[in-house]
Design a protein around this ligand. Structure first.
Ligand code: GAR
Length: 213
């Protein structure tokens, strides 16, 4: 049994982003409302144009841009990111719309200290950046999102929380993505809070949520 928990409270978060950053915004707002006992220590993007960087700056959070094209391979790029995260002594790495597949060396640096949000009910539509489009094309009637621990196998780590949403007949990728995002913005801060409280127990593939207190 593994009981991942922060070294201290508020839990220190390192958030990795590539895009618009609405999940980052949800985390920052949950902290501001006092619903999340955490602090975002640093936001790191592999894309200079990511809107997430502006959202971080608006909350006074330090940011770093580590462009993948500045590095000869995935390993050296991600080791550079790991070094920054370690310099900020983060307790938890949160992948909030990060579009790179993590190398095993990165994952092993933060065992059970990396979580990811994925826009499907895993294990459906794993390993893709187009999970909503694939759900529509497949014709599923229910989709949703999943927060899970990151292990070396992509999108296959122990599941912490999931939320389901209906797929409607007239949905487009945009409308379905928006309905899923609404749920992402709830379960990602909730999962981080459970980690911060030390309430997650990993037993094999299963994550047990300990009751409060
Ligand atoms: C979210 O829908 C997230 O689940 C997805 O990227 C979006 C990022 O949105 N992640 C993946 O597809 C990972 N495979 P955001 O930048 O507004 O938080």
């Amino acid at each position: 049994m593994i009981n991942p928990r922060p070294a201290r409270l508020p839990a220190r978060l390192g958030v990795l982003v590539s895009g618009q950053g609405t999940n980052l915004q949800a985390i920052l707002e949950a902290i501001k409302r006092g619903e999340l006992d955490a602090a975002v220590s640093v936001v790191i993007s592999n894309r200079a144009e990511a809107m997430a960087l502006q959202r971080a700056a608006a909350f006074g959070v330090p940011t770093a841009v580590v462009l993948h094209r500045d590095y000869p391979n995935r390993l050296s790029h991600q080791l550079a990111i790991a070094e920054i995260l370690q310099s900020y002594r983060v307790d938890l790495v949160v992948l909030a719309g990060f579009d790179r597949i993590l190398v095993p060396e990165f994952v092993r640096t933060f065992p059970y200290r990396i979580i990811n949000i994925h826009p499907s009910l895993l294990p459906a539509f794993a390993g893709t950046l187009h999970a909503q489009q694939e759900a529509l094309e497949y014709g599923v009637k229910v989709s949703g999102c999943t927060v899970h621990f990151v292990t070396e196998e992509v999108d296959a780590g122990p599941i912490i929380l999931q939320a389901a949403v209906p797929v409607l007949d007239d949905d487009t990728v945009e409308t379905l993505s928006a309905r899923i995002l609404e749920q992402e913005h709830k379960i990602l801060p909730q999962a981080i809070q459970l980690f911060a409280e030390g309430r997650l127990e990993v037993i094999g593939r299963r994550v047990r949520i300990k009751s409060q207190g």
